[in-house]
Design a protein around this ligand. Sequence first.
Ligand SMILES: [Zn+2]
Length: 279
Amino acid sequence: MNPFKQKRELISALKGLPQKEKLIVCPVCGAKLTKEQLAQTLYVCPACGHHYNISARYRLKTILDPKSFHEICGSLKGGNPLDFPGYEEKLQEQREKTGLREAVITGTGKIKGIKAVVCVMDNRFMMASMGTAVGEKITRACEYAVRNHLPLIIFCASGGARMQEGILSLFQMAKTSAAVSRHSEEGLLYISVLTHPTTGGVTASFASLGDIVLAEPDALIGFAGPRVIEQTIKASLPEGFQRAEYLREHGFVDAVVERKDMRDTLGLLLELHDRRHRK
Ligand SMILES: [Zn+2]
Protein backbone atom coordinates (compact mmCIF):
# COMPACT_ATOMS: atom_id res chain seq x y z
CA MET A 1 0.00 0.00 0.00
CA ASN A 2 1.08 3.57 -0.70
CA PRO A 3 2.82 4.66 2.55
CA PHE A 4 1.35 8.18 2.30
CA LYS A 5 -2.16 6.78 1.99
CA GLN A 6 -1.47 4.46 4.89
CA LYS A 7 -0.33 7.41 7.04
CA ARG A 8 -3.39 9.47 6.04
CA GLU A 9 -5.69 6.60 6.93
CA LEU A 10 -3.96 6.14 10.27
CA ILE A 11 -4.32 9.85 11.07
CA SER A 12 -8.00 9.90 10.13
CA ALA A 13 -8.57 6.74 12.20
CA LEU A 14 -6.91 8.41 15.21
CA LYS A 15 -8.98 11.56 14.68
CA GLY A 16 -12.11 9.45 14.73
CA LEU A 17 -11.29 7.98 18.15
CA PRO A 18 -12.93 9.52 21.19
CA GLN A 19 -10.58 12.03 22.85
CA LYS A 20 -9.89 9.85 25.88
CA GLU A 21 -8.52 7.01 23.78
CA LYS A 22 -5.73 9.04 22.23
CA LEU A 23 -2.54 7.91 23.87
CA ILE A 24 0.34 10.10 24.94
CA VAL A 25 3.70 8.34 24.94
CA CYS A 26 6.06 9.25 27.80
CA PRO A 27 9.29 10.58 26.22
CA VAL A 28 11.37 9.07 29.06
CA CYS A 29 10.00 5.56 29.70
CA GLY A 30 7.64 5.06 26.76
CA ALA A 31 4.55 4.41 28.95
CA LYS A 32 1.35 4.99 26.97
CA LEU A 33 -1.24 7.00 28.87
CA THR A 34 -4.51 8.74 28.12
CA LYS A 35 -4.96 12.44 28.75
CA GLU A 36 -7.38 11.62 31.57
CA GLN A 37 -4.83 9.42 33.31
CA LEU A 38 -2.22 12.15 33.06
CA ALA A 39 -4.65 14.81 34.29
CA GLN A 40 -5.21 12.74 37.44
CA THR A 41 -1.49 12.83 38.21
CA LEU A 42 -1.07 16.55 37.36
CA TYR A 43 0.68 15.55 34.11
CA VAL A 44 3.38 13.48 35.79
CA CYS A 45 4.10 10.03 34.33
CA PRO A 46 2.98 7.49 36.98
CA ALA A 47 5.56 4.98 35.73
CA CYS A 48 8.77 7.05 35.82
CA GLY A 49 7.87 10.42 37.37
CA HIS A 50 8.57 12.46 34.22
CA HIS A 51 7.04 15.93 34.66
CA TYR A 52 5.32 17.02 31.43
CA ASN A 53 5.27 20.70 30.56
CA ILE A 54 2.00 22.30 31.58
CA SER A 55 0.38 25.60 30.63
CA ALA A 56 0.55 28.61 32.94
CA ARG A 57 -3.23 28.61 33.50
CA TYR A 58 -3.22 24.93 34.44
CA ARG A 59 -0.24 25.53 36.77
CA LEU A 60 -2.20 28.26 38.56
CA LYS A 61 -5.07 25.82 39.07
CA THR A 62 -2.76 23.23 40.65
CA ILE A 63 -1.27 25.77 43.07
CA LEU A 64 -3.88 28.32 44.10
CA ASP A 65 -7.02 28.19 46.21
CA PRO A 66 -10.01 27.93 43.85
CA LYS A 67 -11.21 31.23 42.37
CA SER A 68 -8.57 33.24 44.23
CA PHE A 69 -6.58 34.39 41.18
CA HIS A 70 -6.80 37.99 39.99
CA GLU A 71 -4.67 38.88 37.01
CA ILE A 72 -2.56 42.05 36.97
CA CYS A 73 -1.45 43.71 33.72
CA GLY A 74 -3.42 41.13 31.74
CA SER A 75 -3.74 43.45 28.77
CA LEU A 76 -0.03 44.33 28.56
CA LYS A 77 1.55 42.96 25.42
CA GLY A 78 4.74 43.47 23.54
CA GLY A 79 5.30 45.23 20.23
CA ASN A 80 8.07 45.08 17.69
CA PRO A 81 10.51 47.73 18.97
CA LEU A 82 13.28 46.91 16.47
CA ASP A 83 10.98 46.33 13.47
CA PHE A 84 12.26 42.77 13.27
CA PRO A 85 10.90 41.21 10.07
CA GLY A 86 7.98 38.85 10.65
CA TYR A 87 7.96 39.32 14.45
CA GLU A 88 4.48 40.87 14.68
CA GLU A 89 3.00 38.01 12.64
CA LYS A 90 4.81 35.51 14.87
CA LEU A 91 3.45 37.16 18.03
CA GLN A 92 -0.05 37.14 16.58
CA GLU A 93 0.25 33.46 15.67
CA GLN A 94 1.47 32.62 19.20
CA ARG A 95 -1.41 34.58 20.74
CA GLU A 96 -3.94 32.67 18.69
CA LYS A 97 -2.29 29.32 19.41
CA THR A 98 -1.98 29.74 23.20
CA GLY A 99 -4.75 32.20 24.10
CA LEU A 100 -2.07 34.24 25.94
CA ARG A 101 -0.96 37.79 25.18
CA GLU A 102 2.61 37.16 26.31
CA ALA A 103 4.81 34.42 27.77
CA VAL A 104 3.99 35.14 31.42
CA ILE A 105 0.80 35.47 33.45
CA THR A 106 1.00 37.68 36.55
CA GLY A 107 -1.49 38.24 39.32
CA THR A 108 -2.44 37.72 42.93
CA GLY A 109 -3.82 34.56 44.45
CA LYS A 110 -4.09 32.66 47.69
CA ILE A 111 -2.36 29.47 48.74
CA LYS A 112 -4.01 27.93 51.80
CA GLY A 113 -5.55 31.30 52.56
CA ILE A 114 -2.31 33.31 52.34
CA LYS A 115 -2.22 35.98 49.63
CA ALA A 116 0.79 36.25 47.33
CA VAL A 117 1.78 37.73 43.99
CA VAL A 118 2.24 34.85 41.56
CA CYS A 119 3.87 34.92 38.13
CA VAL A 120 3.89 31.88 35.84
CA MET A 121 5.86 31.67 32.61
CA ASP A 122 4.41 29.58 29.79
CA ASN A 123 6.91 28.00 27.42
CA ARG A 124 4.30 27.33 24.74
CA PHE A 125 4.60 31.06 23.94
CA MET A 126 7.88 31.55 22.02
CA MET A 127 9.72 29.24 24.44
CA ALA A 128 8.86 31.72 27.23
CA SER A 129 11.69 33.92 26.01
CA MET A 130 12.04 37.22 27.87
CA GLY A 131 11.30 40.32 25.82
CA THR A 132 10.26 43.78 26.97
CA ALA A 133 6.68 42.74 27.79
CA VAL A 134 7.74 39.74 29.93
CA GLY A 135 10.31 41.89 31.77
CA GLU A 136 7.77 44.66 32.31
CA LYS A 137 5.11 42.27 33.63
CA ILE A 138 7.54 40.63 36.07
CA THR A 139 8.75 44.09 37.21
CA ARG A 140 5.23 45.42 37.73
CA ALA A 141 4.30 42.26 39.65
CA CYS A 142 7.30 42.83 41.97
CA GLU A 143 6.32 46.48 42.44
CA TYR A 144 2.74 45.47 43.23
CA ALA A 145 4.10 43.02 45.85
CA VAL A 146 6.24 45.79 47.40
CA ARG A 147 3.34 48.28 47.53
CA ASN A 148 1.02 45.72 49.12
CA HIS A 149 3.61 43.94 51.32
CA LEU A 150 3.00 40.60 49.68
CA PRO A 151 5.26 37.60 49.17
CA LEU A 152 6.23 36.83 45.58
CA ILE A 153 6.32 33.46 43.80
CA ILE A 154 7.63 33.14 40.25
CA PHE A 155 7.39 29.90 38.27
CA CYS A 156 10.25 30.26 35.83
CA ALA A 157 10.60 28.55 32.46
CA SER A 158 12.47 30.10 29.61
CA GLY A 159 14.48 29.56 26.49
CA GLY A 160 16.38 32.78 27.27
CA ALA A 161 16.30 36.23 25.73
CA ARG A 162 13.77 37.17 23.01
CA MET A 163 16.19 37.45 20.13
CA GLN A 164 13.78 39.54 18.01
CA GLU A 165 14.07 42.33 20.62
CA GLY A 166 17.88 42.32 20.70
CA ILE A 167 19.51 44.49 23.36
CA LEU A 168 16.11 45.59 24.72
CA SER A 169 15.54 41.97 25.70
CA LEU A 170 18.88 41.89 27.56
CA PHE A 171 17.94 45.08 29.48
CA GLN A 172 15.17 43.06 31.15
CA MET A 173 17.76 41.12 33.17
CA ALA A 174 18.88 44.27 34.98
CA LYS A 175 15.35 45.63 35.30
CA THR A 176 13.82 42.48 36.81
CA SER A 177 16.84 41.94 39.09
CA ALA A 178 16.49 45.50 40.43
CA ALA A 179 12.76 44.93 41.00
CA VAL A 180 13.25 41.72 43.05
CA SER A 181 16.05 43.46 44.95
CA ARG A 182 13.66 46.26 46.03
CA HIS A 183 11.19 43.57 47.10
CA SER A 184 13.95 41.95 49.17
CA GLU A 185 14.94 45.28 50.77
CA GLU A 186 11.40 45.48 52.16
CA GLY A 187 12.02 42.19 53.98
CA LEU A 188 9.51 40.34 51.82
CA LEU A 189 9.74 36.70 50.80
CA TYR A 190 10.45 35.72 47.19
CA ILE A 191 10.24 32.06 46.18
CA SER A 192 11.53 31.12 42.75
CA VAL A 193 10.37 27.81 41.25
CA LEU A 194 12.47 26.54 38.34
CA THR A 195 10.64 24.35 35.84
CA HIS A 196 11.86 22.61 32.71
CA PRO A 197 13.63 24.29 30.99
CA THR A 198 14.91 27.48 32.68
CA THR A 199 17.82 28.87 30.71
CA GLY A 200 19.57 32.00 29.44
CA GLY A 201 18.72 35.48 30.66
CA VAL A 202 15.96 34.31 33.00
CA THR A 203 18.39 32.01 34.87
CA ALA A 204 20.89 34.87 34.88
CA SER A 205 18.40 37.25 36.52
CA PHE A 206 15.28 36.82 38.65
CA ALA A 207 15.13 32.98 38.50
CA SER A 208 18.32 32.65 40.56
CA LEU A 209 17.54 35.47 42.99
CA GLY A 210 14.85 33.81 45.10
CA ASP A 211 15.24 33.80 48.89
CA ILE A 212 14.23 30.19 48.42
CA VAL A 213 14.84 28.45 45.09
CA LEU A 214 12.78 25.34 44.37
CA ALA A 215 12.85 23.18 41.23
CA GLU A 216 10.76 20.46 39.62
CA PRO A 217 12.46 17.05 39.27
CA ASP A 218 14.86 16.64 36.34
CA ALA A 219 14.28 20.23 35.14
CA LEU A 220 17.03 21.55 32.88
CA ILE A 221 18.43 24.69 34.50
CA GLY A 222 21.37 26.58 33.09
CA PHE A 223 22.67 29.64 31.33
CA ALA A 224 24.45 28.43 28.19
CA GLY A 225 23.83 25.03 26.61
CA PRO A 226 26.13 22.10 27.47
CA ARG A 227 27.78 22.03 24.03
CA VAL A 228 28.84 25.68 24.27
CA ILE A 229 30.27 25.06 27.76
CA GLU A 230 32.16 21.95 26.64
CA GLN A 231 33.69 23.84 23.72
CA THR A 232 34.67 26.74 25.99
CA ILE A 233 36.22 24.80 28.87
CA LYS A 234 37.50 21.99 26.58
CA ALA A 235 36.37 19.27 29.00
CA SER A 236 33.42 16.88 29.09
CA LEU A 237 30.67 17.62 31.57
CA PRO A 238 29.63 15.36 34.48
CA GLU A 239 26.49 13.26 34.28
CA GLY A 240 23.28 15.03 35.23
CA PHE A 241 24.93 18.43 34.69
CA GLN A 242 22.40 21.33 34.64
CA ARG A 243 19.61 19.16 36.03
CA ALA A 244 17.62 20.17 39.13
CA GLU A 245 19.09 17.39 41.32
CA TYR A 246 22.67 18.26 40.34
CA LEU A 247 22.08 21.93 41.15
CA ARG A 248 20.60 21.01 44.53
CA GLU A 249 23.72 18.97 45.35
CA HIS A 250 25.87 21.97 44.40
CA GLY A 251 23.88 24.55 46.35
CA PHE A 252 22.08 26.47 43.60
CA VAL A 253 18.69 24.95 44.37
CA ASP A 254 17.29 24.56 47.91
CA ALA A 255 14.88 21.70 47.22
CA VAL A 256 13.57 19.59 44.38
CA VAL A 257 9.80 19.35 44.82
CA GLU A 258 7.46 17.02 42.96
CA ARG A 259 4.44 18.62 41.35
CA LYS A 260 2.01 16.83 43.69
CA ASP A 261 3.79 18.37 46.70
CA MET A 262 4.29 21.88 45.29
CA ARG A 263 1.12 23.48 46.65
CA ASP A 264 1.70 22.08 50.17
CA THR A 265 5.37 23.12 50.11
CA LEU A 266 4.58 26.67 48.98
CA GLY A 267 1.74 26.87 51.51
CA LEU A 268 4.07 25.82 54.33
CA LEU A 269 6.81 28.27 53.29
CA LEU A 270 4.31 31.13 53.07
CA GLU A 271 2.89 30.25 56.48
CA LEU A 272 6.34 30.14 58.10
CA HIS A 273 7.13 33.59 56.67
CA ASP A 274 3.66 35.10 57.14
CA ARG A 275 4.13 38.65 58.40
CA ARG A 276 0.84 38.59 60.26
CA HIS A 277 2.35 36.06 62.69
CA ARG A 278 5.35 38.26 63.47
CA LYS A 279 5.54 40.31 66.58
ZN1 LIG B 1 7.43 7.81 31.96
